[in-house]
Design a protein around this ligand. Structure first.
Ligand SMILES: C[S@@+](CC[C@H](N)C(=O)[O-])C[C@H]1O[C@@H](n2cnc3c(N)ncnc32)[C@H](O)[C@@H]1O
Length: 406
């Protein structure tokens, strides 16, 4: 019913690429990713007459039957790696977006069974063209179509072309009859989301940019509240009461540069409501380098907004994982959740190493380890369920628990 797609030929959607061949040769040859998105956006809004072939292209996309396709990823990823490297536009291959989709959906289904709500907020702070979001739509569509109206997506990206591409992808899904709640989209720096959504989100998922930026480029109201923006992050977490006191902490200043995977991971945790969770692809170096120790300590021992943080699992992938986007980097899927109190349990962390993703360093197909890690998926889900149940029980008076059990 749902199988993770590890075919190296099919890591980004190819439909639009085939359909673009409908465009006249001269248009097709001079076409940039931005023009493609902009022209389709104009047609979809029906605001201005444009050449008929754009309408034809949009109509063909609407009638295309597949669900969960990220129509625009291919076009973005064809831009030179040099220009994409400025804002780390290296999109996540489908095999990895589908893994996050599966784990995210299963946790939401469980959350819904024990704490039902009208809808669940899922936020992607650096969404690209929406690959992760649409893999989630596909997984839910195939496993629990009744759950689709409960998905409230919120997306953000620094690039307006990417936000527009995600919006168009979303509209195409609505046109195909998928009953999603209206998309909430933002275009800007991911850190600004702290001002809008602190402690409100059920799931923050994604693959943040991996480069450094000047801390002064971040809104001071956000940088000042993210401890990973400080030169001595550990002291800053301790002074904030979010890491246990180990020595006399001294005040720390904002640093000149900050690492986006660290600041966005911290941001994601701060956006979570109780029992919310994160699933982020981060550079594997974060797991071992000494500079990232304070963030690791936060995930293992810390708290945010008086709620404990738990590290659920770490799944490591080989350097060839991102070859389709034009880069080689070791990444790990880091999954966390927050509890409803400072109550902390030592339940261990599920660690897993995926040695083969389904292709080799020359993108030739080889057997993937992903089908073999079902037990890890179950164990990470089990860990989330146990912490969630325990969290709920610790809030209930003992007499209610006994009454319920009777
Ligand atoms: C590694 S890509 C991941 C895209 C998408 N999440 C995926 O998984 O395919 C990183 C994305 O972050 C965006 N980006 C870069 N800097 C950003 C920032 N400061 N705030 C928000 N998005 C940013 C880029 O435009 C790019 O789309």
């Amino acid at each position: 019913m749902f199988e993770i797609n590890t075919n190296p030929e099919y890591q980004f959607g190819t439909t639009l690429k085939c359909l673009v061949k409908m465009l006249p040769r001269d248009v097709r040859h001079n076409l940039t990713y931005w023009q493609l998105v902009e022209n389709l956006l104009v047609v979809s809004n029906d605001s201005k007459p444009v050449e008929a072939y754009w309408s034809e292209l949009f109509e063909s996309l609407k009638t295309e039957i597949s669900i969960g396709e990220d129509t625009f990823a291919h076009f973005n990823q064809e831009i030179s790696t040099k220009s994409r490297s400025r804002s780390s536009e290296y999109f996540t291959p489908r095999a990895l977006t589908e893994l996050v989709a599966k784990r995210t959906a299963e946790r939401l289904y469980y959350l819904d069974s024990v704490k039902p709500q009208d809808y669940y907020t899922i936020l992607e702070p650096s969404c690209g063209t929406g690959g992760m979001l649409f893999s989630l739509v596909r997984y839910v569509y195939l496993t629990r179509p009744d759950f689709i109206p409960k998905l409230q997506f919120i997306v953000n990206d620094l690039s307006i072309a990417n936000v527009n591409a995600t919006t168009l992808n979303f509209e195409l899904h609505l046109a195909k009859g998928i009953e999603l709640r209206p998309l909430i989209s933002h275009c800007g720096d991911a850190h600004d989301l702290l001002l809008k959504y602190e402690s409100q989100i059920h799931a923050v998922i994604g693959n943040p940019p991996f480069h450094k930026v000047s801390t002064s480029s971040i809104d001071p109201r956000c940088a000042g509240r993210l401890m990973t923006c400080y030169s001595n992050t550990e002291e800053a977490f301790i002074l904030n009461g979010e890491l246990p006191y180990i020595h006399k902490a001294k005040a720390s200043k904002l640093s000149a540069l900050c690492e986006l995977p660290e600041t966005i991971q911290e941001l994601a945790i701060r956006l979570l409501c109780p029992f919310g969770f994160t699933a982020f692809y981060l550079p594997s170096s974060i797991l071992s380098n000494s500079k990232s120790r304070p963030l690791r300590r936060l995930l293992l021992e810390g708290s945010v907004n008086s709620n404990s943080i738990s590290l659920l699992g770490v799944t490591e992938f080989p350097p060839e994982t991102f070859l389709h986007s034009g880069t080689r980097v070791g990444v790990s899927l880091v999954e966390t959740m927050v509890g409803e109190s400072l109550h902390k349990t030592n339940d261990g962390v599920m660690m897993c190493q995926v040695k083969s993703i389904g292709w080799d360093s020359r993108q030739r197909q080889k057997e993937s380890d992903l089908p073999k890690i079902e037990a890890v998926n179950d164990a990470i889900l089990g860990s989330y369920k146990m912490r969630l149940r325990r969290g709920i029980m610790s809030q209930q008076p003992i007499k209610d628990i006994l009454n319920n059990a009777a």
